[in-house]
Design a protein around this ligand. Structure first.
Ligand code: PMP
Length: 372
């Protein structure tokens, strides 16, 4: 099988499974308990927290371990909302875990703005800047789009916010960026940053929210007060320690260079057919590709029979009609239907990617012959 849907999820490192097992079966103690074994686990969790901060290049702030990016995004948004005449700004390109939380804020009576996208899926910086004011409470813009691979210029957004919205907090959903492109939290200057382990070979159901200043956020679940009071519930120790192990194994720069090479090679093959529209953005890990005259879902199903797995965009929205993000970018209904999402990982070989690209072109041609 050649798996090209790594933006949806990645395989877990086998050694991380061993670590998971160790903390699930032997070192299984509740870190909140008072005996020596449990205190030792609490210390190990703290060490993992510090290593994650270091991996993010964050010299201040804290890590709140969560059940993944959906929870981290909910915590950042719902935890930072305040009563009064505050305003909230989101990009229309956000993942449903941000977008639908923003919709809920709106339904609760808060003033919410959605900023449009450019032709590749970057946030419209000018529109965003025009909405900023002293009333802005939160700006939430993703780092890399899970749909197109477009990388937003977070430093630029932070500079706008500092200039025009001195009370505003900045949240970034970094799910498709962290461990794939270099991320330096200090340099970005954001208040909150979301990550999810299963996107970089860790277990599902574990992630984190970076929080620069805990005074800016309140808990959204109530309980025993774990994670600095911001995320009650017994910590997923096995998941966190498995994620911690995976982080130690990832060489972001080396992988980035290699995946760029894979992407370039893939794009070069697809470019042989002028009816194939490749939307290439900054992240080499994600491509949105259109196949004129053919339904993307039909192509995806046909490719399965050749052992090639491709995506249909965000798994969470794949089952829904339409695609808010591609629509906003400016694609028509038929163009959207004709698109698939290709997303790479650093373990694919050059040969596999070449074979996949060739097969995709052949299968496209076969379907095209039947439907034209
Ligand atoms: N944000 C983005 C950009 C994503 O791609 C995803 C996963 N599709 C999520 C959030 C949700 O992540 P999780 O599965 O950890 O809740």
């Amino acid at each position: 099988m050649i798996y090209l849907d790594n933006a949806a999820t990645t395989f877990m490192f086998e050694k991380a499974v061993d670590i998971y097992k160790k903390y699930a079966c032997q070192s299984f103690f509740n870190p909140s308990a008072g005996y020596r074994e449990a205190i030792d686990i609490a210390r190990q969790l703290q060490d993992a927290r510090l290593r994650l901060l270091e991996k993010m290049s964050a010299t201040r702030g804290n890590i709140i371990f969560t059940s993944g990016a959906t929870e981290s995004n909910n915590l950042a948004i719902m935890g930072s909302k305040r009563n009064g005449k505050w305003e909230y700004i989101f990009s229309v390109g956000e993942h449903p875990s941000v977008y639908n939380t923003a919709k809920e804020l709106e339904a609760q009576g808060h003033k919410v703005y959605f900023v449009g996208l450019d032709s590749k899926g970057h946030v419209d910086y000018a529109q965003l800047a025009s909405l900023l004011s002293d009333k802005t409470r939160l700006v939430s813009v993703m780092h890399v789009s899970n749909e197109t691979g477009a990388e937003n210029d977070i430093q630029k957004i932070v500079a706008f916010v500092k200039d025009k919205a001195k009370n505003a907090l900045i949240h970034v959903d970094g799910v498709q960026a962290f461990c794939k492109i270099p991320v330096n939290i200090d340099a970005l200057g954001v208040d909150f940053y979301t990550i999810s382990a299963h996107k970089f070979h860790g277990p599902k159901g574990v992630g984190a929210l970076y929080v620069k200043n805990p005074a800016t956020i309140k808990n959204i679940v109530f309980g025993g007060g774990q994670e600095n009071g911001l995320r009650s519930g017994t910590e997923n120790v096995a998941g966190i320690m498995a994620m911690d192990f995976v982080l130690s194994q990832i060489d972001v720069k080396k992988n980035y260079e290699y995946v760029s090479l894979l992407r370039d090679q893939f794009v070069a093959v697809l470019a042989q057919n002028c009816n194939v529209d490749v939307l290439q953005c900054e992240s080499p890990y994600i491509l949105s590709v259109g196949f004129m005259g053919v339904n993307g879902e039909t192509l995806m199903r046909a490719l399965q029979d050749y052992g090639i797995i491709v995506g249909m965009g965000s798994a969470c929205s794949a089952k829904k009609a339409g695609n808010r993000i591609l629509e906003n970018i400016g694609y028509g209904k038929d163009e959207i239907k004709s698109r698939i999402r290709i997303s790479f990982n650093e373990f694919l070989s050059v040969e596999e990617v070449a074979k996949a690209a060739q097969t995709i072109l052949e299968v496209y041609k076969e379907i095209w012959e039947k439907v034209k």
